[in-house]
Ligand binder design. Structure first.
Ligand SMILES: Cc1cc2nc3c(=O)[nH]c(=O)nc-3n(C[C@H](O)[C@H](O)[C@H](O)COP(=O)(O)OP(=O)(O)OC[C@H]3O[C@@H](n4cnc5c(N)ncnc54)[C@H](O)[C@@H]3O)c2cc1C
Length: 495
């Protein structure tokens, strides 16, 4: 049997491993951590569960073509309970609450009511989002792949012709950032609301795609969250006969006469016929080989990648905060000072309505702030890391106590994960979990298979825009398809 080693049991590595097992390969997954999931994770502190990744999942809804793949890898099943938050985000501004509803008609009426002056922009925005809802980027099998049954390829041409009316709009939106696009709205609450949908440095296209995802009934949250989803996939992998070796860090991928021949890990050499690297590609091309990969695509990746990372704050509150919206933005009278910058608003995710996320009548809250890798790196070097975390937590708690009187004096747990935490646990470049899609840039994808090393494949969020869990899944599937094609094996999906 052909022996395959997959490096990394994140979403991409488990997807690659599951498809490879189903197609008849012998697969061992090496995972440096003690649990599956990589960045797709959640963790408990003193009874509070902090959701560290999934906020919305593209493909949670059966109408989205990606849903089928989530089911194939066991991440979701037909009866998986999914939460669809609505309003998705709220903003409390000077006594008013602006809400981001999923239904575009409701959203339009609500926002025009909040800011009649912005009506023309709101109408245009909702019209554009509506057009985006009909766009589903086709996910085709790789060319030349043997399949167990003839599948009808999604027609790229048909999809493109459907998208035609939007392509011109996309051209102009692609030139501006979310932040620049939002300047046309005069009402601060509307700007704040949309700025929370996606990073304001992203190309404005990202805002429309994400809004279209919500408006089309997708973008839900699996009950139990990220770690549950990762465990579902690990279970599927093991049921298929795969072996996950936890706590084993791959040190080097060995190549011999232009072919991957195995992996050095745990002080020994593990031979393999093929290796799939599903740890962060940007790190792997520099660290996992005797000589860093110098192929043109790898050079492009080094040059073009703008890593997105975060400082994650989890809070445990001994109070039932179910009267607070599930994601809410509060503009601040007194800013939070963090990494030499001033934060003038704060956005919290509130898990009060989610069963099992906190002890009874208590609430888990989370917050995602800018990563500030250099700030935390410097703090780690000069010994002030813990103190800086404490200072940040104290400021956040003080501001939230002003905004949420029911929480005053009731914060009993705080937990901060910095980019250094993600770097340590997941081995990603600067703790990054996504790549910025800035305005004006071509959307660049990278190959799952290098040009000059046989038996070597890549999978992971870094390989295709916009990144995130769906890209991890799709590239894992593609890496397994290249493996099948190279070994002249029939690729077996499951459904
Ligand atoms: C706060 C936050 C919110 C997010 N929200 C969303 C969201 O709402 N929707 C969405 O789609 N995405 C979201 N994401 C992003 C998403 O979680 C990631 O993009 C995705 O999980 C990446 O999966 P991956 O398999 O590509 O990589 P990873 O998760 O990085 O997996 C790589 C695995 O390789 C292991 N590894 C690394 N080096 C080695 C080695 N040398 N040897 C052995 N093992 C190794 C790591 O431990 C890890 O398990 C969010 C992320 C964060 C941090």
């Amino acid at each position: 049997m052909t022996k395959v080693i997959v490096v990394g049991a994140g979403i991409s590595g488990m997807a690659a491993g599951i498809y490879a097992l189903q197609s008849g390969f012998h697969v061992t997954l090496l995972e440096q951590h003690t649990i599956p999931g990589g960045i797709c994770t959640s963790w408990r502190r003193k009874g509070y569960l902090f959701e560290g990744s999934m906020h919305w999942l593209t493909g949670s809804d059966e109408k989205n073509p990606i849903n089928r793949f989530w089911q194939e890898v066991g991440a979701l099943s037909k009866d998986s309970p999914i939460y669809y938050r609505d309003p998705f985000i709220s903003c409390q501004y000077k006594g008013q609450t602006a809400c981001l509803y999923r239904n575009l008609e409701k959203l339009k009426a609500h926002l025009c009511d909040i800011s009649p002056k912005d009506t023309p922009h709101i109408l245009r925005f909702c019209k554009d989002v509506k057009s985006f809802t009909s766009m589903n980027v086709p996910i085709n099998n790789i060319p030349g792949l043997k399949l167990k049954k003839k599948e009808k390829a999604a027609s790229t041409l048909r999809a493109l012709s459907k998208m035609l009316p939007m392509l011109l709009r996309i051209g102009s939106m692609g030139k501006v950032s979310v932040g620049e696009y939002l300047r046309q709205f005069s009402h601060p609450a509307i700007r704040l609301l949309f700025s929370q949908v996606t990073n304001d440095k992203y190309s404005a296209i990202a805002l429309f795609f994400t809004m279209a995802c919500f408006a089309s009934g997708d973008g839900g949250y699996l009950e139990g969250g990220s770690l549950k989803m990762a465990r579902n996939m690990a279970k599927r992998f093991e049921e298929l006969g795969g072996n996950i070796r936890y706590g084993v860090k791959a040190e080097k991928v060995v190549t011999d006469k232009g072919r991957a021949s195995g992996v050095f890990a745990d002080g020994s050499f593990i031979t393999a016929d093929a290796v799939i690297i599903a740890s962060d590609t940007l790190s792997a091309i520099d660290t996992l080989f005797e000589t860093p990969i110098g192929e043109p695509w790898a050079e492009d990746m080094r040059k073009n990648t703008k890593p997105v990372n975060c400082t994650f704050v989890g809070l445990g509150v001994e109070a039932d905060l179910s009267h607070i919206p599930s994601t809410v933005i509060y503009p601040l009278d007194k800013p939070i000072t963090f990494a030499g910058k001033q934060l003038n608003s704060i956005s919290i995710n509130n898990y009060a309505d989610y069963e099992g996320y906190a002890p009874e009548d208590c609430t888990a809250l989370t917050m995602i702030l800018e990563g500030e890798y250099d700030f935390w790196k410097a703090a780690s070097s000069d010994g002030s890391y813990k103190q800086k975390k404490q200072e940040l937590a104290e400021q956040v708690i003080a501001r939230l106590e002003e905004k949420i009187p029911a929480a005053k004096g009731k914060f009993v747990v705080w937990d901060i994960a910095t980019p250094l935490t993600y770097e340590r646990y997941c081995g990603t470049y600067h703790g990054s979990w996504m790549t910025l899609m800035p305005p004006g840039n071509k959307l660049v994808s990278y190959p799952c298979k290098p040009e000059n090393i046989e038996g070597l494949y890549f999978a992971g969020q870094r390989l295709q825009p916009p990144g995130g869990m769906p890209v991890a899944l799709i590239t894992g599937r593609q890496a397994a398809q290249y493996l099948c094609r190279d070994y002249d094996v029939v690729f077996q999906g499951n459904i």
